[in-house]
Design a protein around this ligand. Structure first.
Ligand code: AMP
Ligand code: ZN
Length: 466
């Protein structure tokens, strides 16, 4: 069965075939670890996870690299502003390495909560300074880079074509662009490869140009090349990476190796909140913890991501996310009902579902349609273990941890008890110890009126919200 992906570079959907044998080499732009990753960021990593899983489902082996940006990502993509890591370090009064360590750990823990598979290699920028330096020196040698008082810049006029990923017409943009403040740059769109560090900059390394640090784009080019070679299969990121970060990665690689590093460039559209942009100033850059506080599990957020195709905008509201949480629990209940089912389903029927599912996910990861099939199976009145097994198989792609449905549902029923209810339960416990059955029954009824049902089991008393 052929796998079709949309490629930003060719601007069309085409058949995917790995460059070499059965192995797919992927590079994903990872987080800048200066703060908590928000649900918008996680839309990008849920997409990355689905891509991995779909390729594996098709029998491919993966060699996947994701970077951790812990230096060099300036506040604006146009090489302006401060290094985000240094700014956070100053704000939190900590060492930037401490900041990076803390937010990397939280990020990886959140990935686990979303059941996002870890890429085979997770590469930190600060651990690849030599590779980056060599890359920049190679560009200098090839005549694609030059030195200014601020650092080393890439000369885009040396390329046969720039940009290649985005549709923008650079001449028009340059003509209309605001006056570029850096007069030392040869072309307004030249970008920083290596930045000379001001005295106060903490993260800096010796280089032929004095104490300095890498630009953001060079880390991905250098680490991608180190782990995946000059040419690999797929490069992923969010759509915001198209006009600058990925365009500049391509420029750098062409300058050093003469090649565009990845064959396919896949980009995920943005998550919006309440119909608009997410931003710190609007206070709507929610984290997984903030969702959890409102009763939305990380996996419900993942299911929410499947409600839109990755190349379309997705609008987050707490109302829709809460409905998705309910839907996730219905999915789990439906799965358990099939597990207990006894009806025998024909092999043809199962095969039909398998074929449809595969065709859907292979059509550029059409997860909303794949979920449509999953719901059709869940709602099927013929309850069958075969359907439960089929759902477990599909879950290799969904990554919703369906096999543990029972535990999740039990957990959901456990509630934090209000003080008044806890007191009544304690009173009932004492009544039972005193064999005062009338009192015990009376309290049970009182609890029922307040919306709680108590059961007496061998292990003791259990309580559930009705
Ligand atoms: P950053 O940590 O800022 O480098 O971003 C990490 C990833 O999240 C990148 O792939 C971005 O493209 C992606 N991203 C940032 N904001 C959003 C959003 N609102 N929706 C989807 N992806 C996003
Ligand atoms: Zn990158």
């Amino acid at each position: 069965m052929s796998v079709q992906f949309y490629n930003t570079l060719t601007r069309d959907k085409g058949e995917f075939k790995p460059l070499e044998g059965n192995q797919v080499r992927i590079y994903s732009c990872g987080p800048t670890v200066y703060s908590y990753a928000h649900i918008g960021n996680f839309r990008a990593y849920v997409f990355m996870d689905t891509l991995r899983r779909v390729l594996q489902y098709n029998g491919y082996e993966l060699n996947h690299v994701m970077n951790i940006t812990d230096v060099g990502h300036l506040e604006s993509d146009a090489d302006e502003g401060e290094d985000k890591m240094e700014k956070a370090a100053r704000k939190e009064n900590k060492d930037p390495y401490e900041i990076a360590k803390y937010y990397t750990e939280v990020f990886l823990r959140d990935m686990d909560r979303l059941h996002i598979q870890r890429p085979e290699t997770i590469a930190k920028a600060t651990e690849h300074i030599n590779e980056m330096l060599e890359f920049v020196q190679g560009l200098m040698k090839n005549g694609y880079a030059y030195e200014t008082s601020r650092g080393i810049y890439f000369d885009i006029s040396k390329l046969d074509k720039y940009p290649v990923l985005s549709n923008r017409n650079i001449d028009e943009q340059i003509a209309g662009a605001r006056v570029d403040v850096d007069e030392e740059k040869r072309n307004p769109y030249d970008f920083a490869l290596w930045i000379k560090a001001p005295e106060t900059h903490i993260m800096k390394w010796e280089s032929p140009w004095g104490l300095s640090y890498p630009g953001w784009h060079i880390e991905c080019s250098a680490m991608g090349r180190k782990y995946l070679g000059d040419e690999f299969d797929i490069h992923t990121g969010g759509i915001d990476h198209i006009p600058t970060h990925h365009e500049n990665e391509i420029a750098q690689s062409k300058g050093l190796t003469g090649k565009i590093p990845a064959k396919a460039w896949m980009h995920v559209e943005f998550l919006q909140v309440d119909g608009g942009k997410m931003s710190k100033s609007l206070g709507n850059t929610y984290t997984l913890d903030q969702l959890q506080e409102k009763g939305i599990e990380p996996l419900a957020y993942k299911l929410f991501c499947f409600t839109a195709h990755y190349r379309t905008k997705l609008n987050f509201t707490f109302d829709t996310a809460l409905s998705t949480q309910k839907a996730l629990n219905r999915l789990r209940e439906g799965f358990l009902k099939h597990q207990e089912g006894t009806i025998d389903i024909s092999n043809e029927k199962i095969k039909e579902y398998e074929d449809k599912f595969l065709a859907t996910i292979n059509d550029d990861l059409n997860m909303p349609a794949a979920m449509g099939l999953v719901w059709e199976i869940i709602r099927n009145q013929e309850k069958s273990k075969q359907y439960a097994e089929l759902l477990v198989k599909f879950d290799q792609v969904l990554g919703l941890d369906l096999v543990n449905s029972k535990q999740y549902l039990e957990q959901a029923k456990k509630v934090d008890l209000p003080e008044e209810i806890a007191e009544l339960l304690e009173k009932r416990k004492q009544a039972r110890e005193n064999k005062d059955w009338a009192m015990s029954d009376q309290i049970r009824d009182e609890l029922k009126e307040k919306g709680y049902s108590v059961k007496d089991t061998k292990e003791g008393m259990t309580v559930e919200k009705i």
